[in-house]
Design a protein around this ligand. Structure first.
Ligand SMILES: [Zn+2]
Length: 280
């Protein structure tokens, strides 16, 4: 599933391609996604100008002038293709929504597994709608160790699970949580409420560093908008623990092997020596 860095890159690509442009035509081929595409979508968007495109958590926020906001989530397998004004659209299986802009450019939402979502927010201010009204801080903005520490102090779940909770921090998924806990040298099984303020600070620094590297790697794909597709793990070649069960620990002095365990039916990857459960 695309996580914060992938969604950020798709949002930037979309912003570069359609911000300020007028939507000339909306085609919906299939409405039954995880959340059904609303019936009035075509009518509500046709002739409207795209104001601004942002990201919040794993969601892409498309603000439309004179209209409520379009919310896009890529789900498990969602992809965005962008066509420049001089390129012709080539239909592909599972192209569910096509936005044709007045200048001839097009954006296409393709999603084979249909876990994605594309809908219009119900309130004037999208931030007041669920899930945004209950979403935790953006990890790259003003995320403080004190805030994390306070939230974790009431959590009787492993730190791995807590960091996947979008109410604690927005945008993280399995890959980057595993990587950040390795970088912070914290065992994924540690009870959230047992972490010190200093350890919360280490986690925040590690999360920021892992996300910033991934966004930088993803940014290189922006040179060609057609490749802004939300592909998984932009810096997959430099992952330290994720999907590396049985391989040597990335820390050269360690000598241990990466281990895989299951937590809340999802795989966690960690180094038993570097991420010591008893280091509190
Ligand atoms: Zn190690």
């Amino acid at each position: 599933m695309p996580e914060l860095p992938e969604v950020e890159t798709v949002a930037k690509g979309l912003a570069g391609a359609i911000s300020g442009k007028v939507i000339e035509h909306v085609t919906v081929n299939r409405r039954d996604l995880r959340r059904a595409i609303p019936d009035g979508l075509e009518k509500r968007l046709t002739g409207k100008r795209v104001k601004e495109i942002k990201r919040r958590g794993k969601y892409i926020i498309i603000e439309i002038r004179g209209e409520n906001t379009v919310i896009l989530h890529l789900g498990m397998s969602g992809r965005i293709r962008i066509y420049a004004p001089d390129e012709s659209y080539e239909p592909v299986k599972h192209d569910h929504v096509i936005l044709s802009m007045r200048d001839g450019s097009k954006i296409v939402f393709n999603d084979p597994r249909r876990f994605g979502m594309l809908y219009i927010s119900e309130s004037k201010d999208w931030q007041k709608d669920l899930p945004f009204s209950q979403m935790g801080p953006e990890p790259l903005d003003n995320w403080s160790a004190r805030d994390l520490f306070q939230k974790l102090s009431q959590k009787k779940v492993p730190i791995k699970n807590a960091l996947l909770d979008q109410g604690i921090v927005a945008g993280l998924g399995n890959i980057y949580v595993c990587e950040a806990l390795f970088e912070a040298r914290i065992d994924p099984r540690r009870l959230s409420s047992s972490l010190s303020l200093e350890e919360c600070d280490s986690i925040i620094k590690a999360v920021k560093s892992v996300l910033e590297r991934a966004i930088k790697a993803g940014g290189s794909t922006l040179k060609d908008y057609r490749h802004v597709d939300g592909s998984l793990g932009y810096f997959q070649n430099s992952l330290s623990v994720y999907d590396r069960e049985g391989q040597d620990c990335a820390n050269k002095q360690c000598g241990d092997k990466i281990r895989r365990i299951t937590q809340s039916s999802r795989s966690s990857f960690y180094c038993p020596s570097c991420q010591n459960a008893h280091n509190n």
